[in-house]
Design a protein around this ligand. Structure first.
Ligand code: C5P
Length: 414
């Protein structure tokens, strides 16, 4: 997949640098050549010796290195590659990039490059949330810099939880592969780009987690693969995409504004915040119920040994709320119906009840392997009829759905 690709990997100074060692291995396993550049800060966390051994390449560390300048030079380093990947990217490095500062080798390479740059940020959640960091990120996005992560989780050093953890190496590799295959497939992407240009699309994806107490929750087996694939396909087709994602083990799709939520109530709020839009695609497996009164302390076993009685209450139905909304309902509202029986009848009744335009119905009986798997077999149910699609990959379902949406928007007939 990455055969023959040259990736300049810039490692800056954060504790997540230890994951970059594994990242180098994973990229090389897939055939990439990894040319490492380390900042001074990075060398406080991992050694050039380890990075050199794993990459089997010279490790570049100094801007004014006579030997390296004669041999490669920062300009060649900046240009002679398919992609520059920064992992981990600290708040400081991103701030320098946003302002065009070039006071060491890494920042000089970044200022001199005309190649795509993919950034995997890693920092304390408070640093990520800081208005200055958010300003810099917005600037970098406007400059065409691509991002993978950060993810939500516990920080290695402080144990604090929040957004700021570097994406796992395999997620970064997936983003690199996705990016490189998209660049290689540039002509077909360009062809498609016209189709949703200027359109805004809101997509929900993944499961929701409904808390029982601070450590336990109710969840389902949705992986988010289908919703995320649709978000990526819509972005490739030129749409401005907001993806509202429940907790999933997937990288944020390239070129998509991703909002991470946990519960159905949070998802509904995030969807409302992301609307209005031309199209909304509700692919998330939203929990139908939540715990009626979430405990704010961990529920303990009591002396009687009697299990706690958990009483449930109904969650808001996001699709139905938007379907019946006076001002927020988009031009085209697409729902999903995961069923284990009476597929068609259930899809039809959802279409009506939730005031959706189309329902993408699939059979999720365990023997189909659809839930959590990479393939899907769907029927598109609309007011006017049913289309059966053959068994295909979830990314192909996504591409087809996006093409169908683009057709619909170009000549709006139901
Ligand atoms: O009724 P059911 O949950 O099977 O309907 C599935 C469709 O409704 C999906 O599009 C799903 O995203 C949406 N849904 C929702 N909010 C809920 C439950 C389902 O948006 N609380």
């Amino acid at each position: 997949m990455l055969n023959g690709k040259r990736i300049v990997l810039i490692i800056s100074g954060g504790i997540a640098a230890y994951k970059s060692l594994d990242l180098i291995r994973r990229l090389r396993e897939r055939g990439a050549r990894v040319i490492p550049v380390m900042t001074k800060g990075a060398q406080q966390f991992i050694t050039p010796l380890a990075v050199g051994a794993l990459s089997t390449e010279k490790v570049f560390t100094e801007l004014f290195d006579r030997e390296a300048e004669q041999d490669v030079g920062h300009i060649r380093l900046a240009r002679d590659n398919d992609l520059i990947l920064i992992a981990p990217a600290t708040a400081d490095l991103m701030a320098k990039m946003a302002h065009g500062i070039a006071d060491d080798l890494a920042t000089a390479v970044l200022l001199a490059t005309d190649k795509p740059v993919l950034v995997a940020p890693a920092m304390n959640p408070k640093m990520w949330d800081n208005a200055a960091t958010q300003r810099n990120i917005a600037q970098l996005q406007a400059d065409g810099i691509h991002f993978v992560g950060p993810e939500r989780g516990e920080m290695a050093e402080s144990g604090e939880a929040g957004l700021g953890r570097m994406s796992e190496p395999l997620n970064i590799v997936a983003a690199v592969e996705n990016f490189i295959s998209r660049e290689t497939d540039f002509s077909s992407a360009e062809e498609q780009k016209a189709s949703l240009t200027g359109r805004r699309v809101v997509i929900t994806s993944g499961p929701t987690h409904e808390p029982i107490d601070p450590v336990r929750y109710i969840a389902n087996r949705s992986s988010g693969k289908q919703g995320h694939a649709i978000a990526a396909a819509a972005a490739r087709a030129g749409a401005t995409v907001a993806l509202i994602s429940g907790p999933v083990n997937l990288p944020d799709p390239e070129g998509v504004q991703t909002v991470h939520v946990e519960s159905a109530s949070e998802m509904l709020q995030a969807v409302k915040d992301a609307l209005p839009a031309d199209v909304a695609i509700m692919a998330a497996a939203v929990a139908d119920w939540r715990i009626a009164s979430e405990s704010d302390q961990k529920i303990k076993k009591d002396a009687t040994g009697a299990p706690p009685a958990l009483s449930l209450t109904e969650n808001p139905d996001i699709l139905a709320t938007i379907g019946h909304h006076d001002t927020l309902r988009p031009l085209l509202l697409v729902g999903f119906a995961a069923e284990t029986q009476n597929l068609e009848a259930n899809a039809r009744s959802k279409l009506q009840r939730k005031r959706a335009d189309w329902i993408v119905a699939n059979d999720v009986s365990p023997e189909t392997g659809i839930m959590g798997g990479d393939h899907n077999m769907v029927r598109i149910v609309s007011k006017t009829g049913i289309e059966d699609w053959p068994h295909m990959g979830k990314s192909e379902v996504a591409e087809r759905l996006v093409t169908r949406i683009a057709d619909f928007l170009s000549k709006p007939t139901p």
